[in-house]
Design a protein around this ligand. Structure first.
Ligand code: HMG
Ligand code: MG
Length: 287
């Protein structure tokens, strides 16, 4: 891959739609993912196999995965918090699964009902089975700068969890600014501490855009060597267990910004506008 390439990891159908008040009809989710599959994206996080009691918006995960028209050039990823989720992901023929941990105890308890340590133990059999089945395995660390329950987070806590996820076999760990409170300064401070410990190429940026700093945070992360960024079509996104979490950085805004700065993404902006227009025709009301 040439040095000027940036991979855009589309998370809208999962991170976005998990946070909608309304239950979006399965057929609409499928149409959106099919539209996104025609944009040049190579990574689409399509849904999550989590407890429907916790996130009812994702309860049609299997139906979504069965109905989408899978493009051979796209990895369709799903979140899997436990073995039950992984078994469903295997049934659904996902290409990639993501385990998700937190750098803060408060968010770990609220989001997945266990401590950070317990989550890492829980992920062990999940990762083993996923890798044995030939799935690509990604990890998330949430609350890399600030937690809605515990406040400011030390970079060391992020390093510890990210390192554990890489040891478990994740090819990449996405650093989640879950509530969008990071600034270019706090991202620089975090990466100053992380990069001597973890290769930049094994990290991705997942910046929610609550304060409008996400694009500037991407620019800082690019300077530290990160080359993969999560974004959501239409700037959708949030987390039901992270009060104040706003949308992810918008895919179109990010791609336009990167192209203007001479980065290559391989994405077709006209096709991305088609996907965004489809989404806008739904008249969503975000939380
Ligand atoms: P729990 O209640 O401790 O688990 O939840 P449990 O094992 O006792 O199960 C409770 C019920 O859920 C049982 O059903 C299970 O069968 C069922 P019952 O017997 O009561 O009828 N269940 C499942 N059903 C389907 N698929 C599954 C599954 N697991 C259990 N995989 C659990 C623990 C982890 C399951 C729960 O807390 C959960 O699902 N949490 C997920 C929350 C979530 O999805 N949050 C949003 C994603 S994370 C995020 O947005 C951040 C990110 O974007 C990065 C960033 O921005 O920082 C990734
Ligand atoms: Mg998120």
């Amino acid at each position: 891959m040439e040095d000027k390439h940036v991979t855009i990891y589309e998370v809208g159908p999962r991170d976005g739609l998990q946070n909608e008040n309304a239950i979006i009809p399965t057929v609409d989710k499928v149409a959106l993912i099919d539209c996104l599959s025609k944009t040049g994206l190579t990574k689409i996080e399509a849904t999550s196999f989590v407890s429907p009691k916790w996130v009812p918006q994702m309860s049609d995960a299997l139906e979504v995965m069965d109905a989408i028209q899978k493009s051979p050039s796209v990895d369709y990823a799903v979140l899997t918090p436990n073995l039950k989720g992984l078994e469903s992901a295997l049934k659904a023929k996902a290409d990639e699964v993501a385990i998700f941990a937190s750098a803060s105890e408060g968010f770990s308890q609220k989001n997945i009902n266990c401590s950070i340590g317990e989550s890492l133990v829980r992920f062990k059999p999940v990762t083993k089975m996923a890798l044995e089945a030939g799935l690509k395995l990604r990890g998330y660390v949430s609350c890399i700068v600030e937690c809605p329950y515990d406040g400011a987070i030390e970079p060391q806590a992020v390093i510890e969890v990210a390192s554990k996820l890489l040891e478990l076999g994740c090819y990449e760990v996405s650093l989640g600014d879950t509530i969008g409170k990071a600034s270019p300064q706090s991202i620089a401070h975090l990466l100053d501490v992380i990069i001597p410990n973890i290769e930049a190429i094994k990290l991705a940026g997942h910046f929610h855009d609550t304060n409008g700093d996400a694009i500037d945070n991407v620019d800082v992360a690019l300077q530290y060597g990160l080359r993969t960024f999560d974004s959501a079509i239409g700037g959708l996104g949030g987390c039901p267990y992270a009060p104040g979490a706003k949308g992810n950085v918008s895919t179109i805004q990010l791609v336009e910004h990167l192209h203007n700065a001479d980065w290559k993404t391989g994405l077709d902006l006209n096709a991305l506008h088609d996907a965004q227009n489809l989404l806008q025709s739904w008249k969503l009301s975000e939380k």
